[in-house]
Design a protein around this ligand. Sequence first.
Ligand code: ADP
Length: 284
Amino acid sequence: MPTEPTAPAAPDAPGPVPDKVRFDGVTKRFGDHTVLDGLDLAVAPGERVTLIGPSGSGKTTILRLLMTLERVTGGVIHVDGEPFSHMPSGPSGRGGRGGRGGPGGPGGKLVPADERHLARRRRHIGMVFQQFNLFPHMSVLANLTEAPVHVLGLGKEEAAERARELLALADKADAHPTRLSGGQQQRVAIARALAMRPDVLLLDEVTSALDPELVAEVLDVLRDVAATTDLTMLCVTHEMGFARDISDRVLMFDGGRVLESGPPGALLDDPGHERTRSFLRSLH
Ligand code: ADP
């Protein structure tokens, strides 16, 4: 029997290895509002992709779908060549009709197996949010050890050691997040995401809530992460200098579609669309 290639080449797939993340015809609707409209997007392992575009163009929704905080309305997401999305129905033949966290029902083996697979895979995708989302009632150290202990099953000592390695703010380990500056809180949030040893890191406007003088310290930490790891990164940002420094590719979104994409130098300095030019001008 002829075998199918495991990772059919997407139009912009950069190599023969399976894409780390691939969106195939992904549609997302909220009610009758179509936010993503048949999105095709392939991200190679280790690639750094920055998503830019006007507010409401669907950038955050892409990250939230990857965190399984939202479900696709249509199409399919693959991670490492395997179906990853919650699907109302799908081409994978693996079921996919299960409700999130639903009981599965007698004989419904495929659905819980898919749910478990999804949950396992999902652990290796980390996200840093605009509003930090730290646990306010826990110390900085506890914020960093909570998921490694309870989700990965690490021992408390091992988790604490991992946390201290990641946390440059060692003297703040026992402080509560509310005692820290916004920049420090965001650095803790980055360390918390990294403590799960993700292979995909999603950054959602991580400096937008910060006072201007605190932006640089957070971006410097992320530049360091980009330079010292092989993490696949998807980044939504309005910081074009940062996008230029870390990105292999910048995608300009408009109305839930990729209007244009290219290396940061080309796209940011010489965009092909007037829409991109006016968006970039609006940031100054
Ligand atoms: P961006 O990140 O490009 O600003 P988003 O992905 O946050 O865009 O949002 C795209 C559109 O989807 C916006 O119009 C937003 O109001 C809408 N949207 C996002 N999440 C929800 C939701 N949970 N319910 C209804 N509409 C939503």
